[in-house]
Ligand binder design. Sequence first.
Ligand SMILES: Cc1cc2nc3c(=O)[nH]c(=O)nc-3n(C[C@H](O)[C@H](O)[C@H](O)COP(=O)(O)OP(=O)(O)OC[C@H]3O[C@@H](n4cnc5c(N)ncnc54)[C@H](O)[C@@H]3O)c2cc1C
Length: 427
Amino acid sequence: MDKQDTLPVVVIGAGPVGLAAAAHLLARGLEPLVLEAADDVAANVRDWGHVRVFSPWQFNIDKEARRLLEAEGWQAPNPKALPTGAEIVEQYLRPLSRVPSIAKALRLGHRVTAITRLSQDKVKTAGREATPFLLRVLAGGKETELLASAVLDASGTWATPNPLGANGLPAIGEREAAARIAYRIPDATGADRARYAGKHTAVVGAGHSAANTLLDLARLAEEVPGTRLSWVVRSGDLDRAFGGGEADGLAARGALGTALRRLQESGRLELMNGFAVARVEQTGGKLALVAGDGRRLEGVDEVVALTGQRPDLSPTRELRLRLDPWLECTEALGPLIDPNLHSCGTVRPHGATELAHPEPGFFTVGIKSYGRAPTFLMATGYEQVRSVAAYLAGDLEAAREVRLELPETGVCNSRPSPVAKAKGCCG
Ligand SMILES: Cc1cc2nc3c(=O)[nH]c(=O)nc-3n(C[C@H](O)[C@H](O)[C@H](O)COP(=O)(O)OP(=O)(O)OC[C@H]3O[C@@H](n4cnc5c(N)ncnc54)[C@H](O)[C@@H]3O)c2cc1C
């Protein structure tokens, strides 16, 4: 037996996609080892646990994970109901992590800091494919090393948010004002109420997270006089932020955009669109956001920066990766998900072939596989890991046969590309 065959397949991250990957690897007779940085599963989902997702349970449960859970007597929640992030953890991911075969493969408090090949750096080619992966791991305050036959990176992007600066760099003064900038979705009517009640908050960003935050702050403003909200958007065109309404394949996602449109039309928020944040200034105990064209939003107490996330590429520095130049996703996925080209939320079914890198046996899966692109859905990740597990088990036919039907957002980009149209996307 080859040394590689006796080593586990390491999965980095125990979020929804990492845990589903473990289930699929087990189903294929492979040995998973799931390394999770936090002391509990699904750390990122727990961070936005108060947010209600827009995809009902039927899209949020992986098929192989369901099979494992049902064998333990678990009952799936109502498929049409919309859970919060916390409910996804409590009713699905935590029970999954306790299924004996998954629990045996799970190591909490294990942060992967780097991945390479055993005794080979990035430059060395000879024998590379047959050489085990080596992962450097921080556990219990100590650095250790582990070997793996293959690696699935499902570590997400939530911990590496984009800055406020519209040019991709931290705005001038952003770091100095960090104590008053939140890079997450605050629980404004719950745990974080005291921070935002009676204050002027500027929410920067145009995605679903920004919409959720603005609607929550508007509820707080109804309860607490003096609560003021401003919405800062880089784009001048709000159509995409308002979404497809009833045309959206996910009713709750459509309703979110519609509610945001109503809030904006009601005049209860101050809209700064076409506002590309360049500087954050601190004057008289308040913040001012300054745009590249000199416009100013004054008198701000708190900023919520929801400008998207980017993948942390530093742990993979010694691997041979081929990434899309601007999205930093796997190269083959770039044209399928580029927000410059389309925003309908569909993506051509893709699996091991599209997710592969020049580094054989290494795959980026889950939301990290989308790099900086938005619109990732758990269902996409579940199909990715089904295909990758089939590939690693040598079932190339099943790996190629990817099936994925995603609910469309019902809104297309203002500049749909001829390529996208020809492929039936954004048409
Ligand atoms: C507010 C919000 C709402 C969303 N709503 C929906 C929705 O309605 N429907 C839908 O389908 N999708 C939704 N998504 C998108 C997406 O499905 C989720 O972000 C999902 O959590 C992605 O799963 P993941 O497993 O790829 O990554 P994550 O859930 O981000 O999990 C990554 C895991 O890796 C761990 N980790 C990170 N770095 C390391 C490391 N170096 N070593 C070890 N472990 C590490 C983290 O602690 C974490 O547990 C939403 C996302 C957000 C932010």
